[in-house]
Design a protein around this ligand. Structure first.
Ligand SMILES: Nc1ncnc2c1ncn2[C@@H]1O[C@H](COP(=O)(O)OP(=O)(O)OP(=O)(O)O)[C@@H](O)[C@H]1O
Ligand SMILES: [Mg+2]
Length: 235
């Protein structure tokens, strides 16, 4: 049984038929990346899994349990964390208070241990624990957004464009940290526009265009497929 399964999802924004039958799966231990042009429907897919966008058709299951159209707070309580593309950290709260928000509704009491774990990944955040969010760099804000998702100890993390707008060195750090998070047992469904990052991190990739999955395969298979790259990834 897949850890997370998405079957034939259709999602509309008003009259616009955005997701036109998206199916994908994420297995225990995997990093899977959704890649594709602007407007392809990547974020809408994550929002539909999270219950923030409401699919009109299709199914989302976690270890076989149907989560379709359940409210977002329930979906996060069941073990899916969402790190949105806009890195919505709270600028007036400290790093620690931002992390405490990640514990809300997670149904596990031991904040101190969870914080220690995330500070292990992000030592920089430990140093800055008392700083307000707005004084963090872009890279640190992204790290905080990921850390806030992690404190709930999700089995699946959905991470939308974690490297967007960050300097190459920060991208490299973040790529390494995401790989470590995965190696310690969290399955990741990423949206990533940088092909090299996606290829380096993923066990499998899905290429999306116009609300449909156009390709599924391993990094090896995608590397060897210039047609898919040219048609859907503008390389
Ligand atoms: N709230 C909304 N209301 C109406 N249309 C929307 C809304 N959000 C997104 N769309 C449209 O839905 C389509 C898919 O958008 P989505 O954000 O899922 O794409 P994306 O693949 O994440 O793109 P990007 O790479 O730019 O983040 C686009 O045509 C977009 O204009
Ligand atoms: Mg997006």
């Amino acid at each position: 049984m897949p850890l997370l399964s998405v079957e034939d999802l259709h999602t509309y924004y008003g009259e616009a038929h955005i997701l036109q039958g998206v199916s994908l799966r994420l297995d225990e231990g995997e990093v899977v990346t959704l890649i594709g042009r602007n407007g392809a429907g990547k974020t809408t897919t994550l929002r539909s899994i999270m219950g923030i966008a409401r699919p009109s058709r299709g199914r989302v299951t976690l270890r076989g349990d149907d989560l379709t159209r359940r409210p977002p707070h329930e979906i996060s309580r069941r073990g899916i964390a969402w790190v949105p593309e806009e890195r919505r950290i709270l600028p007036n709260l400290t790093v620690l208070d931002n992390l405490r928000l990640g514990l809300r509704g997670a149904g596990h009491p031991d904040g101190a241990t969870a914080f220690d774990e995330v500070f292990d990944y992000f030592p920089r955040l430990r140093e800055r624990a008392q700083q307000r969010g707005r004084f963090l760099s872009g890279g640190e804000q992204q790290m905080l957004a990921i850390a806030r998702g992690l404190v709930a100890r999700p089995s699946v993390m959905l991470v939308d464009e974690p490297t967007e707008g960050l300097a190459p060195l920060v991208v490299r750090d973040l790529t390494e940290i995401l790989a470590r998070i995965n190696a310690r047992g969290t399955a990741l469904l990423l949206v990533e526009q940088t092909l090299e990052v996606a290829l380096a991190l993923s066990h499998r990739l899905y290429v999306m265009d116009q609300g449909r999955i156009q390709f599924e395969g391993t990094p090896e298979q995608l590397r060897k497929d210039p047609t898919i790259q040219q048609r859907f990834l503008e390389v």
